[in-house]
Design a protein around this ligand. Structure first.
Ligand code: SF4
Ligand code: SF4
Length: 470
């Protein structure tokens, strides 16, 4: 019976359960066969580039500074060589919102391409760990036999060898991961210094190593199916117009074994010969012929597998391909749906705001506030004074000599009550100033004072504060 002949409730039954979880709740181990084909080669190339960048990332330094650093404990971030500090929080919020919307927009158009081609979980699992497993334990069938067999010497050697490599790799990934957080040099200190001085760092490496080892040796596709929030959002992000790995049911059905066919004309069968090659390569254990499913990570392994089958039986490739359900059903592909247009409009607004904020981003961030608990000081009979606290944060690489000037009002004068130079890189300097305005020209109430922050004659930013007069 083909999928279009069975009652809808039976067809949809597969959506009620995960392919990798048994009805009693126990795990069904997925033994996926290694794919081969054009898309698998493309994924291998992309994975190689990304893995090279991941492992090399913490070691890339530009002008003595890391190219990438996400130092949460010290709230210091360097992204593609640009330093960010907590003072850039507003930028990071808009950047995070833009990234989230970019993902939503991209997913609405092209599904989970990210999962199949770029997600670290898929890359590590499919391109490294599973390949090692195939190399040591053999094909899926050999792996299943090995797992079911008693603990012979051969099994112990194979399993020990595999798990030793898995843990070694997890250890290396944990080191790299930590290097992105604390920096290469701090990591080196942990490795070379007395370990007792770095118990926290050492603890993180060990915890990360065991987490990665558990994920890649046991948890595997469950991370995509159960833990990944992006996977959970698929059902609201994709629709029938979304381009995804899709089975062409009009061309493929009614399916039937090749040896049952006399000729296509006589048998009236579709192109699917029900060989299950698309199923045995699937790392999440599903049958894409059932339609788009939550478990599909768009790895394209089934496309490659089916294309090989189609070539063998002299049929055109693409029975499973990147297309939308609507394109298969009605032959109409519509990318710019109302939903995509709405996402795109908000995305353009956010990107414009982000671009504007980046263009206005200053090298320093200064806060000038009247000293708390004070209003004004009478300076004899001639002038009124206000005391201000000044906080200057240097957001650049390298120390900065800062000069503070009053831009307006012109009749205000300033006395520095502390040093302003240099402001160390990524540091905040605090100082005080006394602003005076001649009594006869001081406006009662609040007067806005505009300051200019200069370095080497170049204005870095303008800052305002309120001057109070009786
Ligand atoms: S690989 Fe292609 S022909 Fe074989 S079962 Fe899957 S869809 Fe049908
Ligand atoms: S159905 Fe195809 S694309 Fe989706 S996860 Fe399985 S093999 Fe990959």
């Amino acid at each position: 019976m083909s999928i279009i002949d069975v009652p809808v409730e039976d067809v949809e039954n597969f959506r009620n359960e995960l392919a990798s979880i048994d009805r009693d709740g126990s795990r069904k181990w997925i033994y996926a066969r290694q794919p081969k084909g054009t898309l698998y080669t493309a994924r291998t190339i992309i994975a190689t580039i990304l893995l090279t960048f991941f492992f090399a990332g913490p070691h890339i330094y530009v002008n003595g500074h890391p190219f990438m650093l996400l130092n949460l404990p010290e709230r210091m971030f360097i992204v593609f060589g640009i330093p960010f500090m907590p003072q850039d929080f507003h930028l990071i919020v808009v950047l995070a919102l833009s990234s989230l919307l970019s993902v939503a927009l991209f997913t609405a158009i092209a599904g989970r391409i990210w999962c199949g081609f770029m997600c670290p979980q898929t890359i590590f699992l499919e391109m490294i760990f599973r390949r090692i497993e195939w190399f040591i334990e053999g094909s899926p069938k050999e792996q299943a036999i090995l797992n079911a067999s008693p603990w012979t010497k051969k099994k112990i050697v194979k399993k020990s060898f595999k798990h030793a490599i898995f843990f070694g790799l997890s250890f290396a990934i944990a080191h790299t991961f930590l290097a992105y957080i604390i920096g290469r040099d701090e990591l080196l200190k942990i490795q070379l210094d007395d370990q007792m001085n770095h118990l926290a760092g050492l603890g993180m490496i060990i915890v990360f190593s065991f987490v990665f080892y558990a994920v890649f040796s046991r948890f595997r596709e469950q991370a995509c199916l159960i833990a990944c929030p992006y996977g959970r959002y698929q059902s609201v992000l994709v629709d029938k117009h979304t381009i995804a790995v899709t089975y062409d049911f009009l061309r493929g059905e009614p399916r039937g074994k090749q040896h049952h066919r006399k000729s296509d004309v006589q048998s009236n069968q579709g192109d699917c010969i029900d060989c299950h090659q698309c199923v045995v390569v699937c790392p999440t254990g599903i049958d894409i012929r059932n339609g788009i499913q939550l478990e599909c990570v768009n790895c394209t392994a089934c496309i490659d597998a089916c294309n090989i089958v189609m070539k063998k039986i002299n049929k055109p490739k693409g029975l499973i391909r990147y297309t939308s359900w609507e394109a298969v059903k009605n032959g109409t592909a519509k990318v710019f749906t109302a939903r995509v247009k709405a996402y795109l409009a908000v995305w353009v607004i956010l990107i414009t705001i982000l671009g504007y904020m980046f263009s206005k981003r200053t090298e320093t961030e200064t806060l000038i506030l009247r000293q708390s608990g004070t209003t004004f000081i009478k300076q004899g009979n001639d002038a009124i004074g206000n005391l201000f606290n000044v906080m200057i944060t240097n957001k650049t690489f390298g120390d900065k000599d800062i000069e503070i000037k009053i831009l307006s009002p012109k009749n205000a004068s300033m006395k520095l009550l502390g040093s302003f130079t240099p402001v160390k890189e990524f540091a905040t300097l605090q100082s005080r100033i006394l602003i005076s305005i001649p009594k006869n020209s001081a406006v009662s109430g609040k007067t806005i004072i505009q300051f200019g922050m200069y370095s080497n004659g170049k204005i870095l930013e303008t800052v305002q504060s309120a001057f109070i007069a009786p």
